[in-house]
Design a protein around this ligand. Structure first.
Ligand code: ATP
Ligand code: MG
Length: 554
């Protein structure tokens, strides 16, 4: 209870953040003549992850809050790593999260304009063509403690620069032979301002512009222009771009932009037990360490969706973690807490036995069965009851039996009595084993007086376990997940070799009707979803969304 109160208090606090304070000042001062305008600018070089969800929620809800607009812009200025598969997945993910963009744009649509602006910078004497190699440029750049050295090509005339830049565009040079650099200050304490490269040659086909260009703008030059051309007012990005902001502002100042957008940085999301980098996630996919970008163990939006997370739970999570200027790592247990909160009164409960152990009730009539009434939800009475058949032979979880019980073990062991959920009390009398000594069956007796709903209270038992009727149970596949990454002895994150456990389980017959994407609580085992891809009329495959117990502490 205390936990819940804390969470709600913090989410109220978060609904306004330092970025909103900046925007409110701008609205007061009428800094911009147009509406508040944000954008989400992914590079289409992989699938989006939960870190991107933080940025999506922030950009779209900020626009909503101020009756503004938000664009989805593909930052596709790097021709080699990009792919239309990624473009499609990103659109799907943003929509699934519940957001609608104002305009959908490709940065590459601006290549003509970006070229014209580069020519303008050259004409103003603010950019030059440089023949130094990448390695030489690095050497000339200096270090944090030493100033850089000017390029010998820095003082080429405007005419010469215009001609060389045009020839770069025409494809007369090889990759790396020449670059266009901004002429700023080789002794700036900020290394990003030491005549940064703003255009490079890359003879590569681009997914959008094909072979039209062989020169491509660098991110730090392209991004402010993309924002400015679209009328973005607040360009929200992650903290690692803080040192690039002077260059962002320089580009727009030199091009005399009237109402330049402003870059605002916030701390990126880091989560325990996973990785938040498209490059790393792509390597997992390429190595077949996982079953694709939408593997339910992946922190991608597609993976979380397949795992059974709802858009509401992810938006709630993004709201609760808030927006700040300080980097930190969020406990993945908070994400799990959010999905539990969302599902607990939405989904119905069913009984599924993951590791079946047969129970025979020796004093129960043969060839007889009855229907037990069991509630569909502990949280929500309006969900009513369902009928579950009960007979002489049942399955229970292997874990719910111990031949030699530990201390405080209240489930089945020889001589002990437990409650079968929604049915009777049974007592274990005899343990049947195979030749190798494995337990294969339990012989039990039941007490007819203890029938659930009969008001029986002559004695109490400490354990309640779930079961299925062996006569009517259906076989389903169940997959439980561990974390994708775990810490090794040195405290480093490594891939968890046991991140998936599969079960040939027995379920209540009702689960035979489960539709792909349908969610349930499996009594005592957690929340599950019928896998989107693998569930059909014949096969039922359930993914564990999350277990029932919260380990989240604030
Ligand atoms: P990655 O390193 O995973 O590829 P990226 O920053 O290169 O991430 P982009 O496609 O460039 O990915 O990101 C699009 C937007 O999402 C950017 O504004 C970026 O700052 C933001 N973003 C990326 N990762 C996170 C994160 N972990 N938390 C918050 N925002 C993020
Ligand atoms: Mg990137």
């Amino acid at each position: 209870m205390a936990e819940k109160e804390k969470v709600e208090a913090s989410s109220e606090y978060i609904s306004s953040n330092f970025i909103h304070n900046i925007i409110e000042k701008d609205l007061e001062n009428q800094t911009y003549s147009g509406p508040v305008y944000t954008r989400f600018p992914p590079e289409p070089n992989g699938y989006l992850h939960i870190g991107h969800a933080k940025s999506i929620c922030l950009n779209f809800t900020t626009a909503q809050k101020y009756n503004g607009k938000c664009n989805l812009r593909f930052d596709d200025t790097n021709p080699v790593k990009e792919d239309t598969e990624y473009v499609e997945s990103i659109k799907e993910d943003v929509k699934w999260l519940g957001f609608q963009w104002d305009r959908l744009i490709f940065a590459s649509d601006y290549f003509d304009k970006m070229y014209e602006y580069a020519v303008e910078l050259i004409k103003k004497g603010k950019a030059f063509v440089c023949d130094l190699s990448a390695e030489e440029i690095r050497q000339y750049r200096g270090t944090l403690t030493e100033p850089g050295k000017e390029s010998p090509y820095r003082y080429r005339t405007v005419e010469e620069n215009l001609e060389l830049f045009e020839k770069m565009r025409q494809g007369l040079y090889k990759d790396g032979e020449k670059v266009l650099r901004a002429k700023i200050d080789m002794s700036s304490p900020n290394i990003n301002m030491r005549d940064p490269v703003i255009y490079r040659i890359a003879h590569a086909e681009h997914h959008n512009t094909r072979n039209k260009w062989c020169i491509y703008p660098m991110y730090d030059y392209a991004h402010p222009l993309e924002d400015a051309i679209e009328g973005i007012t607040h360009s929200i990005c992650t903290l690692e771009f803080e040192d690039h902001r002077p260059l962002y502002d320089w580009v727009l100042k030199e091009l005399e932009w009237k109402e330049p957008p402003q870059q605002i940085e916030f701390a990126r999301l880091n989560l325990t037990n996973t990785v938040m980098s498209k490059r790393y996630l792509k390597a997992l996919v390429d190595n077949n360490d996982v079953e694709g970008w939408d593997d339910p163990r992946m922190p991608t939006i597609a993976g979380l969706r397949r795992r059974g997370y709802t858009p509401e739970s992810i938006r709630d999570f993004c709201e609760r973690i808030g927006v700040s200027k300080a980097n930190s790592t969020v406990d993945i247990a908070l994400l799990e807490h959010c999905i539990r909160e969302d599902l607990k009164d939405k989904v119905e409960s069913r009984m599924v036995v993951l590791n079946p152990l047969k129970v025979v009730i020796t004093n129960y009539p043969e060839n007889f069965s009855e229907e037990m009434e069991i509630e569909n939800s502990k949280e929500d009475e309006t969900k009513g009851n369902r009928k579950v058949s009960f007979s002489r032979e049942l399955y229970v979880e292997r874990d719910d039996f111990m031949e030699i019980p530990e201390k405080k073990y209240f489930r089945l062991f020889p001589g002990n009595e437990v409650r079968l959920k929604g049915a009777y009390f049974i007592t274990c009398n005899e343990v049947i084993k195979d030749a190798d000594g494995n337990v294969t069956e339990l012989r039990c007796t039941y007490d007819p007086a203890t029938r659930s709903g009969s008001g029986f209270n002559a004695r109490k038992v400490k354990g309640t376990i779930h079961w299925v009727d062996a006569r009517t149970a259906v076989k389903v596949k169940v997959r439980n997940y561990g974390y994708l990454m775990i810490e090794n002895e040195k405290g480093e994150y490594v891939l968890n070799p046991n991140s998936m456990e599969t079960f040939e389980a027995y379920a209540e017959p009702e689960l035979n009707n489960a539709k792909a994407g349908e969610r349930f609580q499996f009594f005592r085992n957690g929340y599950y979803i019928a896998d989107e891809k693998l569930t059909n009329d014949k096969n039922k495959v359930f993914n564990q969304i999350v277990g029932l117990k919260s380990s989240w502490k604030k």
